[in-house]
Design a protein. Structure first.
Length: 256
């Protein structure tokens, strides 16, 4: 059960952030409105929010998930794989320390983006990607092991269409993973029930289980219908402006 989340709205120069998408520039006012709806959804799920101010020094800073990995027994500040994002860590460190949370940290030459980390109960999947390197993945795996968690490394370098591991998968609880087809056959996921996302709805694979609800991007009818058939209570949210900047639902909060 999550009780808290850290969020940060996009800054006015949000469009200057990193993206591989070719969907046009985001509409800042619409992004603000979508972010507000996202925050309201987290509160509906029972979370108390800590809202950090927008940070125009770092146009990607609204994607706070990439800055830390927060599990009940293991809290780690990451070291983002994009040099322009390293400065985002300090504000998150201060925020978490002010809450009295003990922190560990990834050190260079390792790099880790939180978007590559998928917690599945007592097991953690660690994506090795363009943003999370092998050294960083191994550091995180060692810290998780010390805290009593098991982990698996999943190399996604050859998987088209996803930036981070969680761009293509989500933990639904109940022993289930929501997965794109390109990840479904990976041996790391063999012990789980796999709910497949069709190729034309890939973006919907980045869903977020928050207590009794699953947050899912709006507009992906077949994926939403499948999750409802499985008994999940969905909250569908418009993510159009964040998708333009390579972001998804999980990216917009640090939940703990």
């Amino acid at each position: 059960m999550f009780t808290q989340a850290i969020v940060r709205p996009p800054s006015k120069n949000f469009a200057d952030g990193l993206t591989r998408e070719d969907l046009g520039p985001p509409d800042f006012n619409l992004a603000l409105a979508q972010h507000a709806q996202y925050c309201a959804a987290l509160q509906r799920c029972g979370l108390q929010l800590t809202a950090l101010p927008a940070d125009p020094r770092h146009p990607d800073a609204t994607f706070v998930e990439d800055t830390a990995v927060l599990l009940p027994r293991c809290r780690v500040l990451t070291l983002p794989g994009a040099a322009s994002r390293v400065g985002e860590i300090e504000a998150i460190r201060i925020c978490l320390e002010n809450q009295g949370l003990p922190l560990q940290a990834i050190a260079a030459p390792g790099s880790v983006d939180g978007g590559d980390i998928c917690e599945a109960g007592e097991h953690v999947f660690i994506g090795v990607s363009a943003r999370t390197n092998e050294a960083g993945a191994q550091q995180l795996a060692a810290l998780l092991h010390e805290a009593g968690y098991s982990s698996s490394l999943v190399d996604i370098h050859g998987v088209d269409g996803i930036l981070h591991l969680k761009s293509g998968m989500s933990w639904l609880g109940d022993g289930r993973l929501l997965l794109i087809e390109a990840l479904a056959a990976h041996p790391a996921f063999a012990a789980y029930e796999r709910v497949l996302v069709e190729s034309d709805e890939m973006y919907a694979a980045n869903a977020v289980r928050v207590n009794d609800h699953v947050l899912i991007a709006a507009g992906y009818r077949r994926t939403a219908a499948r999750l409802r058939e499985l008994g999940y209570a969905l909250i569908e949210l418009d993510m159009s402006e964040f998708r333009k900047m390579d972001g998804g639902l999980s990216c917009l909060s640090l939940r703990y």
